[in-house]
Structures are given as structure tokens and as C-alpha cells.
Design a protein around this ligand. Sequence first.
Ligand SMILES: [Zn+2]
Length: 183
Amino acid sequence: MAPPKPRVRFVADAMLGSLVRKLRAFGFDTTYYRAGDDAGLMRAAAREGRLILTSDRALAERCRSRGLGVVMLDQQSDGARLSALARGCGAIGIELVKGAPFCSLCGGGLAPLGKAEVEPKVPPSVYARHRLFFRCMSCGQIYWRGTHWKKLMSLARRLDQKPVASLHSRGKAGRRARPRNPR
Ligand SMILES: [Zn+2]
């Protein structure tokens, strides 16, 4: 059996904190690089094999000139940033495969938590309404899939990538034929 393809991992600059939390919830191993300078961020990306996400055009240029993978995200909302990330990754041949959620706060792994363990730790209304709970194995944060989770997951659809063929411009010679739209 072929080993599973390694999933893309990200490192994001200090301006992208809310995007980092979302990417972690969608199951992407994402480092939030808040402290330190651009050189440190680039070193960390190279060392850990992470794709750099930045809102800083100058930093994006420096990354490209050093051969580091980077996607420039200067949009105003996380929804628009996620769409741009899907396009940017598609353009450089990176597939966005969502995985099991990580802790939004610290990026740690989540483990299921039994209801008995949960009861003293969450509001009674939350305890009554939900069946599945998870705890971060690093920071102890408890998660459940409430309305916030549903909203988040609808945003995750922005990461769905179009088939690679449709990313290229039409009419190029040597391209594989696409099936015709049956309508
Ligand atoms: Zn955590």
C-alpha cells in the first residue's frame, strides 16, 4: 500500500491570526509566527517544510527569491483569504486535503472526551445539547460542535479546489481534453 501523501503544513505571519485558527480547525498543521522577524519566519519554514502564508508583499517577494513556497494573502476577510489560498495552492500544485481538527488556540492534537469528564467543565446547557466533546492534548481547551463549528465548516468549503484542468487558460495545445458538460 502506498504511504499517504504528506499533507501541506503552513506557517502564517503575525497579521493572519484569525486565519490560523480556522486552518487549524479545518485540520491543517499551522504555526502562527507572531514573535520574531521575517528572517526567523523563513528559517522556520525551511526547517519544518512549511508553506508560508503572508499578507506582506515584500516578505512574499523575499521568500520567492529564496525559493521558499509562499502564498500571498492580502484580502480583507478570512473567507476571501481562504478562497485565495485554494487558488494559490492550486497554482503551485498543492492539494488542500482537510484532516482531523487541531486546537485553534495552540495547534495541539484533539482527543475525544467522555461525557462524564466533560460535565464539570462546560455550561449545563452545552452539556445537555451535545454528545461529542474533544480536549486539546496540549493546552486542555475543550471543544464541541455547536453553531460556531457549523459556521466554520461552511467557510471550509472555500478551500475546495477546482480540478487542475480548469485552472489553466483555454485553448492551450497539448492539454488533455475535458469531458463536455452534458447539459
Ligand atoms: Zn490547545
